[in-house]
Design a binder for this molecule. Structure first.
Ligand code: PEP
Ligand code: MN
Length: 675
């Protein structure tokens, strides 16, 4: 087709717009049919997904499309999306939290015939699902991703084995993912030696085996003469491989079921070192499990506790006090801070039991971090009383208001004094903010150059400061102002901190950056402009780093405490507050430092409170007096901006102290210089 004039192109574009509008109208119409179907399905208690019908429907559309000259792959892609949307709409309407019982897609690591495959079939067959559909993945991470992305309804993953122990990668994935544990099962692993029909044990020269399977059959394998063990990534795959090669001198260690699937023979069924070899698998899903009243249940959680004597015992005492039976405790290093440990716990009871919800609530005040992985029915436990209320997460637990508490009436609870009487202590290395005498945080507004941050870090250390600050992601009011050096700046800040033995604080401005910033920074700062960026607050709430939450420049104390509650409700209990001045009618200072916030907050919350006189004043000559006033009024710490060359600073130069002025300030506070 050729275009003869601009008008032609315009009218063609109008034509396209019209067609698109018609497509949108039709999509809306299709959705309304889906909703009507959902109502019928709800009334008939029918499943919201019918994979057979979905397959037929797409095949029909492809046949129709051919008549219009439309490509099959386009139709396939578009209709998959349309159907997924329709399933979502229906599930939402039905409020379905349970998984459909007739058709189920299960993501596993490994192929058909693997132990994950066998355990899944066994687990779901007992729940009436006899023909599940499998999505097979090469790695555990891919299996998790398949469920998160909606390509599978559930995932089934091994978490521990009686001989090999914990499968740490799966523990780490559980921590990061938003999936819920909805069930667990112990599956008996029975390794067999397989060969192609006609093969004999004596005739084998090579045996393919998964490293763990080889370890679990080491006694038997070492007794075989003239036979080499070849490591293979997956038990079932090793079976499939020897079937493909068809060589009678090659065997594999896999299950009897794998022999059946691949047309192999069991050459020896007693090859494992131990007769009793079990692997525990967990089922994960985007939706929490529905636990019928009275059915015994188990809950899995992850906690991080302080790094001081008694911290773990304190946390565990909460279980004893609540008469809750702890079933399992597993520890793993925290990925970003390997010197600290995360503890994975399983206990009897479900989060929708008010007694359990209350216990978890109490637990928050004894831990640094808490994440509920899920509650699920468990067969080998005693029956439990029927739950009276529903509380699936800390956030839900928190919304079960205590009417008597004034804090609940203003929208926060975990942060309130009523919830926790003693002060929260923020632990960063040897620093105990909230308990130590005035903790000073100092550094430049923004990390600019290597020399600049090193000079500032030296001054902080020599002055007796405890933490080094420096912005790398700068949320500037104007888009034309210096925006910070990003991760490159963070690298410099981390190096400077390391050089002078100072933990570092830096601001994070978007939820996507949280994992990257948390990997390097010891404390995450949320700035005034982001105090009510709720997705950012939730994201830092899922991290294990302490969070410094600055006051919104026009926020009330209760709004501020509710913002802190977003972080606490996600699980991170290491939060402290930073008063940095608010907007008032007064224009003589950049902001008005609200010092009365300090004692008022201390009445309302157990979270430590520090003061930033630099951003309040906006002018370096006022920083000293305001800092001393903050110390006098009982702030747990102060944060000041310093710069080796404030006149040429890329941001907040006028309020930044020269390095020797910082040294004088520290002396006037009775702190520095450090010996
Ligand atoms: C900062 O600390 O450099 C900063 C940007 O502070 P605030 O968010 O309080 O303006
Ligand atoms: Mn600044």
């Amino acid at each position: 087709m050729t275009f003869t004039s601009h008008d032609d192109l315009e009218s063609i574009r109008q034509g396209i717009d019209k067609v698109d509008t018609a497509i949108l109208e039709l999509l809306a119409q299709r959705r309304s049919f889906s909703l009507r179907a959902a109502r019928l399905k709800g009334a008939a208690d029918a499943p919201s997904r019918d994979l057979l019908r979905e397959g037929d429907l797409i095949a029909d559309r492809i046949t129709d499309a051919l008549r219009y000259g439309i490509d099959a792959s386009l139709v396939n892609t578009v209709w998959r999306e349309i159907i997924d949307d329709s399933v979502r709409v229906q599930r939402q309407h039905l409020g379905r939290t349970e998984i459909d019982r007739r058709t189920l897609t299960i993501a596993i690591q490994g192929i058909e015939g693997s132990y994950s495959w066998l355990a899944s079939r066994h687990f779901f067959a007992a729940r009436g699902i006899t023909e599940p559909i499998f999505v097979t993945s090469a790695t555990f991470a891919d299996a998790f991703a398949a469920v998160s992305a909606g390509r599978a309804d559930v995932g089934m993953l091994p978490i521990e084995n009686t001989t090999a122990g914990a499968i740490s990668e799966v523990y780490d994935l559980l921590l990061e993912s938003e999936l819920h544990v909805i069930g667990d099962t112990r599956y008996r692993v029975r390794h067999c030696l397989l060969g192609i029909p006609g093969a004999t044990v004596g005739g084998l020269r090579r045996i393919y085996a998964h490293p763990q399977a080889a370890a679990q059959c080491s006694d038997y394998l070492s007794r075989l003469d003239d036979c080499e063990v070849i490591v293979f990534g997956d038990t079932a795959l090793s079976g499939r491989e020897i079937a493909r090669v068809g060589d009678p001198t090659v065997g594999a260690i896999a299950s009897e079921e794998a022999a059946g699937l691949f047309g192999l023979e069991v050459l020896d069924a007693a090859v494992a070192n131990r007769d009793h070899n079990y692997t525990r698998f967990i089922a994960v899903s985007p939706m929490p499990a529905a636990i019928p009243a009275g059915v015994p249940a188990k809950t899995s959680i992850v906690i991080a506790v302080g790094n001081h004597p008694g911290a773990l015992v304190d946390a565990l005492a909460v279980f004893t006090a609540a008469d809750v039976n702890l079933i399992k405790l597993e520890s793993r290093p925290i990925p970003d801070t390997p010197s600290d440990e995360l503890f994975y716990l399983d206990f009897e009871g479900a989060v929708d039991d008010p007694a359990v919800a209350a216990m978890l609530d109490t637990l928050t005040s004894h831990v640094h971090f808490l994440k509920v992985l899920g509650s699920y029915p468990s067969r080998d436990l005693r029956p439990r009383p029927a739950p009276a209320a529903s509380a699936r997460s800390l956030r839900h637990a928190a919304s079960v208001d205590q009417p008597a508490s004034p804090a609940a009436a203003v929208g926060y609870r975990l942060g309130s004094r009523t919830h926790k009487g003693n002060n929260t202590v923020i632990e960063v290395g040897s620093i105990r903010l909230g308990e130590d005498p005035l903790v000073v945080i100092a550094g430049p507004c923004a990390v600019e150059t290597w020399d600049q941050i090193m000079a500032a870090a030296r001054a902080v250390k020599e002055g007796g400061g405890r933490l080094l600050r420096g912005g790398c992601f700068k949320p500037r009011t104007s888009p034309y102002s210096f925006q910070g050096l990003g991760f490159e700046g963070l690298e410099m800040l981390a190096e400077a901190g390391k050089a002078f033995g100072l933990p570092i604080v830096t601001e994070v401005t978007s939820p996507e950056d949280v994992p990257g910033v948390a990997a390097r920074a010891d404390v995450l700062q949320i700035g005034t402009r982001n105090m009510q960026n709720f997705s950012l607050l939730s994201a830092v709430g899922r991290s294990h780093r302490p969070v410094m939450l600055k006051r919104g420049m026009s926020s009330s104390l209760d709004e501020w405490l509710q913002a802190a509650e977003y972080i606490l409700a996600e699980g991170n209990q290491q939060v402290f507050l930073c008063e940095r001045g608010i907007r008032t009618f007064e224009t003589s200072t950049r902001n008005t430092l609200d010092l009365s916030a300090v004692p008022v907050l201390m009445q309302r919350t157990h979270l430590p409170v520090i003061v930033d006189p630099s951003h309040a004043a906006g002018e370096r000559s006022l920083v000293g007096p305001l800092a001393r006033a903050a110390a006098a009024i009982g702030a747990h710490g102060i944060m000041v901006e310093i710069h080796p060359d404030p006149d040429n600073a890329l941001s907040d130069g006028p309020q930044s102290l020269e390095l020797d002025q910082f040294a004088q300030l520290m002396t006037s506070l009775g702190i520095g210089p450090a010996g």
